[in-house]
Design a protein around this ligand. Structure first.
Ligand SMILES: NC(=O)c1ccc[n+]([C@@H]2O[C@H](COP(=O)([O-])OP(=O)(O)OC[C@H]3O[C@@H](n4cnc5c(N)ncnc54)[C@H](OP(=O)(O)O)[C@@H]3O)[C@@H](O)[C@H]2O)c1
Length: 291
């Protein structure tokens, strides 16, 4: 029986990955900071990146579905043997490295540094690493973009965007990412490579939000405001502690195309993400972990 060690196993991508591994007959060692109950084929290890108790000596594959930089630091000192390392990073490594916002540039720098470290550590240990970079993740009611938009829209009964929010987006479903991690793990062409993992459709930011709002019952209205008016409304909301995550850089990006090529992933491990067809349940309370 093949064995895997999974970090970030309770997360929105980790949860469907565990199901996929178990369904394919793998034995999974899943890491969490919480105490969780085992189930057939799944053993939870309590710990974090500073240490995990009772790690096995070897597994076929280590998956990272949590913070990449912390995983890379853990991996540098880990003694567990594994011939495969499959780790999620983010397309933010590419989209934020030139940002005006220093915090965003720092995110990009940490992601790129962690990717480079993981490739070099894995090579030194005779393991093969693959990096997966999702775009905008949705599907489990736990993402920081579309689920947050739904929460705000339901609170206000409407949502506002600056006019001309036409930058392309490719939202990607968590189940497609879990499938990608599993498929990439067993495809030798992926060894030593990074892949962008966009969703199956590119659409303007405004249309992405429109489709999400249309999936809700009742559907909140979408209002498009001239930029100065939008900024005034946002400032007012933020003064009341609302929508604090919508930074000036994030507003600017709504008009920028953030589009990535899924061709290499399709060629090397038959990546085939779904079209963007949101349903209200995808933005509801978090998925429950199947124990
Ligand atoms: N969400 C997105 O839109 C998005 C977009 C692009 C890329 N990604 C990348 O995809 C990967 C998975 O994303 P995700 O949203 O599913 O993951 P996540 O929610 O950020 O984290 C997944 C799990 O990792 C553990 N974790 C989080 N922070 C931790 C910390 N400081 N120390 C130890 N454990 C920690 C938590 O498990 P426990 O609480 O059980 O310990 C959490 O459930 C990440 O690398 C993320 O950067 C996400």
């Amino acid at each position: 029986m093949k064995r895997a060690l999974v970090f970030g196993a309770s997360g929105q991508i980790g949860t469907p990955l565990l199901e996929r591994l178990n369904d394919a007959g793998w034995r999974v060692f899943a890491v969490s900071r919480q105490v969780r109950s085992d189930s057939p084929g799944r053993h939870w290890l309590q710990g974090d990146f500073s240490g995990v108790r009772d790690l096995p000596e070897s597994v076929e594959a280590i998956f990272s579905c949590g913070p990449l930089d912390m995983f890379a630091r853990w991996h540098a000192n880990a003694s567990i043997r594994a011939s495969r390392v499959v780790a999620f990073g983010s397309t933010s490594a590419a989209t934020k490295h030139g940002s005006d916002d220093g915090d965003e540039r720092d995110v990009a720098r940490r992601l790129l540094g962690a990717e480079a470290a993981l490739f070099s550590q894995s090579e030194q240990r005779g393991a093969n690493a693959t990096m997966l970079r999702p775009t905008l993740v949705y599907g489990a009611g736990r993402d920081a973009t579309l689920t947050r938009i739904v929460q705000l829209a339901q609170r206000w009964g409407r949502f506002i965007l600056p006019r001309h929010s036409d930058g392309l987006r490719q939202p990607v479903h968590v189940q497609d990412l879990a499938a990608a991690a599993f498929a990439a793990c067993t495809a030798t062409a992926t060894h030593g490579r990074s892949y962008d993992l966009p969703g199956g459709e590119a659409l303007p930011y405004r249309e992405m939000v429109q489709r999400v709002l249309a999936s809700l019952q009742p559907p909140p209205a979408l209002h498009e405001l001239p930029m100065p008016l939008f900024q005034l409304a946002l400032k007012t909301a933020q003064a009341r502690g609302i929508a604090l995550g919508i930074t000036a850089a994030a507003v600017e990006r709504m008009r920028q195309d953030l589009a990535f090529d899924l061709g290499p992933a399709r060629r090397d491990f038959a990546y085939a993400p779904r079209l963007f067809q949101p349903e209200a349940r995808m933005f509801e309370s978090p998925v429950t972990i199947r124990d």
